[in-house]
Design a binder for this molecule. Structure first.
Ligand code: SF4
Length: 400
C-alpha cells in the first residue's frame, strides 16, 4: 500500500504540511467567526503529475485518457520551466512525467528531465515504451529513488499489438523490452517497472470492447524478469464514468467477480514462482482492495480533499486537482502554466479547496489518498497542538 501520510511526515515535507494545516485551522476559525479568510501561506504542491504532451502514438483500447488525447494544446517550454522553478522555490519536491499523452514524444523530453534533476527534484516517468532511445538518453540524469514505468499490459507480441494499436507497423513487445538492459547499464540506480493493467471479459470503454489479457499475467512477469526490469505492477482496469471521474466498477461483473479474483490470485502466485529472486511482483492498491473486497471503503471521502493542495496535475489543457479528474472542467484550477504566477495559483487552490465537495464528486472513486485525506481532516478539525518535530524518519520518497 502507498502510505502517503507516512511520506508527508518526513522531515523534508512536514514543515509544509504544518503550514497547510495551520492555515486551514485559521480559515475555518475565521469562517466560524464571520471574518475574512486569511491568505494562504506561500505554498505550492509538494508533488505534481506533469503531462508534457497530449500526443500519443498508440490507440489503446483500455485508455483512461482517450477523450483528451492528441489535442492541439501544447506547453511553451520556457513558461513551463518558469512555473516549475517557482513551484520548486515553494516546496515542490517531485514530478511524475505521465499523460494524458506519451511523455517521451515531447520534443524536449531529455533536456526537460535534465532540467528537473538540475532543480534537485525527484523524477519519475510513466511511458508506453515506444521511444526506448529517448529513455536511454535520459537515463544518466536520474538519481536513486527515481523510476521509469512502462505500460505494457501483455506477455505476448500479439496481445501487446492488439491492445495498444501502435502507430508503428512493426513495434513489438520484444523490441521495447530489448531497451531495458541498455537503460539499466546506463544507470543502475534507476528503478524500471513493467506495468500491467489487468483486463477481463465484460470490460468496455464506451462502445469499445476491451481485449482480455488476464491469461498473460504470468507470461508478462516472466518476460519482465528476464528483460531485467526491477518489478512488475499489476492493477485492475479503471473506467471513466459520465461525469469524468476515474472509477473502478467491478460491480458491473459482480456475478463473475469472485471467479476473476480467484484467477488473479492464482496468477499472482504463479508469477511470483516464475521470476528472479530479486524481481518484485506487486499488486497495486486498487488491486489489493479489489481482492480483499474492501474497495468501497475507499469511496467515502471527507468534504474537503486536502490532497488538492499537496498534489496537482499540470497538463497542456490546464491545471487540475487530481489524476482521477484529469481533463474534467469542474476539477480545473486554471490554465496550463497557472503556477507561473504563484499568488494566482494559491488563490485558485484556496477556491477549489472550498468549492470542490469531494464527498460528492469522488463518491464513486476508489481513492488512493482516502486515509491520508481523513488523517489530514482530523488534524485540521482538532485543536490539539501540532508536533513541530517531524513524526517520521526521512526516506527521501516524495512522490504523491
Ligand atoms: S478525494 Fe481522492 S479522488 Fe477525490 S480529488 Fe481528492 S485525491 Fe482525488
Amino acid at each position: 500500500m502507498h502510505d502517503f501520510a507516512q511520506k508527508l511526515q518526513q522531515p523534508s515535507l512536514w514543515p509544509k504540511v504544518l503550514d497547510y494545516v495551520q492555515w486551514q485551522r485559521s480559515a475555518r476559525a475565521a469562517a466560524a467567526a464571520g471574518q475574512p479568510a486569511p491568505d494562504m501561506p506561500d505554498l505550492a504542491p509538494l508533488s505534481v503529475n506533469l503531462d508534457l504532451t497530449t500526443a500519443c502514438n498508440y490507440k489503446c483500447d483500455h485508455c483512461i485518457d482517450w477523450d483528451i488525447l492528441n489535442s492541439k494544446e501544447k506547453h511553451e517550454d520556457d513558461q513551463l520551466r518558469a512555473s516549475i522553478e517557482r513551484m520548486a522555490a515553494r516546496g515542490l519536491r517531485s514530478v511524475i512525467l505521465i499523460g494524458g499523452g506519451e511523455p517521451t514524444l515531447y520534443p524536449g523530453f531529455v533536456p526537460f528531465v535534465q532540467f528537473l534533476k538540475g532543480l534537485g527534484l525527484a523524477v519519475a516517468v510513466v511511458s508506453n515504451g515506444s521511444r526506448g532511445d529517448r529513455l536511454l538518453q535520459a537515463a544518466p540524469f536520474f538519481t536513486t529513488g527515481d523510476w521509469v514505468r512502462l505500460s505494457l499490459d501483455s506477455g505476448s507480441n500479439d496481445v501487446f499489438r492488439r491492445m495498444h494499436n501502435p502507430s508503428s507497423a512493426t513495434l513489438t513487445l520484444d523490441e521495447i523490452c530489448s531497451w531495458i538492459p541498455k537503460i539499466k547499464a546506463a544507470n543502475p540506480a534507476l528503478q524500471l517497472g513493467f506495468s500491467f493493467v489487468i483486463t477481463w471479459k465484460g470490460g468496455s470503454r464506451g462502445a469499445v470492447k476491451i481485449i482480455e489479457n488476464i491469461h498473460e499475467m504470468v507470461m508478462a512477469a516472466k518476460r519482465a524478469s528476464d528483460a531485467r526490469f526491477d518489478y512488475i505492477s499489476f492493477k485492475p482496469f479503471l473506467e471513466r464514468q459520465a461525469d469524468g471521474a476515474e472509477v473502478m466498477d467491478p460491480a458491473k461483473t459482480e456475478s463473475e467477480l469472485q471467479a476473476v479474483v480467484a484467477r488473479i490470485q492464482q496468477n499472482l502466485a504463479d508469477a511470483r514462482a516464475a521470476v528472479r529472486p530479486d524481481f518484485r511482483v506487486l499488486a497495486s492498491t486498487n488491486l489489493r482492495v479489489l481482492m480483499a473486497g474492501t474497495w468501497r471503503d475507499y469511496t467515502t471521502q471527507p468534504k474537503v480533499c486536502h490532497m488538492q493542495m499537496l498534489r496537482q496535475v499540470l497538463t497542456p489543457l490546464g491545471t487540475f486537482n487530481c489524476p482521477a479528474h484529469r481533463g474534467v472542467g469542474k476539477a480545473m484550477l486554471g490554465g496550463k502554466e497557472l503556477w507561473a504566477v504563484p499568488a494566482a495559483a494559491q488563490h485558485a487552490t484556496a477556491q477549489i479547496l472550498g468549492g470542490f465537495d469531494a464527498s460528492h464528486e469522488c463518491r464513486e472513486v476508489t481513492c488512493l489518498y482516502n486515509s491520508t485525506n481523513w488523517w489530514l481532516e482530523e488534524m485540521v478539525g482538532s485543536n490539539a497542538p501540532l508536533p513541530q518535530q517531524a513524526p517520521a524518519n526521512e526516506q527521501q520518497d516524495w512522490f504523491l
